[in-house]
Design a protein around this ligand. Structure first.
Ligand code: 6CS
Length: 409
């Protein structure tokens, strides 16, 4: 294997100095050494498992799939769906091993490993991969995607969008397989937020992409990049005051235990991508390549339904847990998009039969508009730091949202 340390823009690892540099710098020299050793052993294993097969040979090949989330997450369900189908359809000739978050390092380190071929498949979210493919940060702009999840699903799986971004992935030694949504982004905070004035000075944890710093900076907050694994303790120790993630992630990571408010700004959706190591994919047989494409196509609808079910189920868990522990969460904001995205039965159960759901206050249109106005300035930041094709990416995304809004399939 060629050790080609990312033709991503790569920084020499240094010791962490402050929380804002941690994700890029890794988690300290000992951990880094352990990670390198772990990766090296994966490479050795990978070489021995992937020896060419002769007729009648029963040797199996292992494909490694790293995800940025823990067991029980949307990404885990996606990787599991991939694993089940691939193993079944190759009758065991190919084994898929899933590496949940924490087993191979931070999101940035997972991307490095994908680029080097240590893992063959991985999830790569714009919030972290956007540092290396700046155009991807278009998905981090607020009030850009539709409030309707089905529209977003059609946009994210649109062949034109995939072809546009795949070119950018390919330049980085990766192949883009799919984009998909993981749900509306929700804030958990320690105090009530109704207008940007309430965010002044709030240490708001964001993923590491520069545009997120601008987006939350524009609202008056003090954005603080931190790896996912450090968010809970950061909130607990008051190093940060707030964070943003979809409902299922808040429940999985238990952020609701260390915050008091659950706020629905209705401003963005969590978008991620499934990607493969480019040379690995190019060397696959036509049969296996076709199989990967077939499975990825099937997962588009399956993962949409999974994330939709998780929205309701996990919000219910959060509400019950916070009530049961005598730590009732306050809810506020604008839940229209969130509610619209639920399945019919879940919507009725959430709104009509839910004794725990009290959205108070509901943001007024003018309160919400204050955020909309401030987010406009971030667009020009994106155009200046979003890479050579930032404008093309933004125009394309806007056009597809417009077109798909009028389409019913
Ligand atoms: O906030 C984060 O860092 C993470 N959030 C989700 C929902 N997925 C992966 C990502 O690293």
């Amino acid at each position: 294997m060629v050790m080609n340390p990312l033709n991503l823009i790569w920084k020499k690892p240094t010791e962490p100095r402050d929380p804002s540099t941690r994700e890029q710098c890794g988690t300290g020299s000992t951990t880094r050494l352990l990670l390198v050793l772990a990766c090296a052993s994966l490479v050795v294993l990978s070489t021995s498992c992937d020896a060419p097969r002769k007729p009648g040979d029963s040797a199996t090949t292992t494909w490694r799939f790293a995800i940025e989330e823990s067991v029980g997450s949307v990404q885990y369900e996606y990787a599991l769906g991939f694993k089940r189908r691939i193993e079944e359809r190759t009758q065991g000739r190919v084994r898929v091993e899933i590496y949940p978050y924490g087993t191979l390092g931070t999101s940035t380190q997972i991307t490095e490993q994908l680029n080097m071929g240590v893992v063959q498949f991985a999830m790569a979210s714009p919030g972290s991969l956007g540092k290396f493919i700046p155009e991807l940060q278009v998905f981090l702009l607020h009030f850009i995607l539709s409030g309707d999840d089905r529209v977003n699903q059609r946009v994210l799986s649109h062949p034109e969008l995939l072809a546009f971004f795949n070119e950018l992935y390919q330049r980085r030694g990766l192949t883009l397989l799919a984009f998909y949504g993981e749900g509306e982004m929700v804030w958990t905070t320690k105090s009530e937020v109704r207008t940007p004035a309430d965010l002044r000075g709030v240490k708001f944890r964001v993923m590491t992409s520069p545009i997120l710093l601008s987006a939350y900076g524009a609202y008056g907050a003090s954005p603080t990049p931190l790896p996912y694994s450090e968010v809970y303790s950061g909130l607990q120790l008051n190093m940060i005051d707030a964070q943003v993630n979809p409902i299922f992630a808040i429940e999985r990571q238990k952020f609701h235990e260390v915050t008091d408010w659950l706020i629905f700004p209705g401003h963005s959706h969590f978008v991620t991508s499934a990607a493969a190591n480019r040379p690995f994919l190019e060397k696959l047989s036509a049969e296996d390549r076709g199989l990967v494409d077939e499975v990825i196509r099937e997962l588009d609808e399956e993962i949409f339904e999974v994330q939709r079910r998780f929205q309701y189920e996990r919000l219910q868990v959060i509400l019950e847990q916070s009530r049961g522990k005598g730590h009732p969460l306050h809810l506020c904001g604008d839940m229209r998009g969130f509610v619209k995205s639920l399945g019919d039965e879940d919507r009725i159960a959430l709104i009509e039969r839910n004794e725990f759901l009290h959205l108070d206050p509901v943001w007024s249109e003018s309160e919400r508009n204050e955020f909309v106005e401030l987010s406009r300035d971030v667009e020009s930041v994106y155009l200046s730091i979003g890479g050579e094709q930032a404008k093309d990416a933004l125009d394309l995304l806007r056009r597809l949202v417009r077109e798909e809004t009028g389409t019913h399939r």
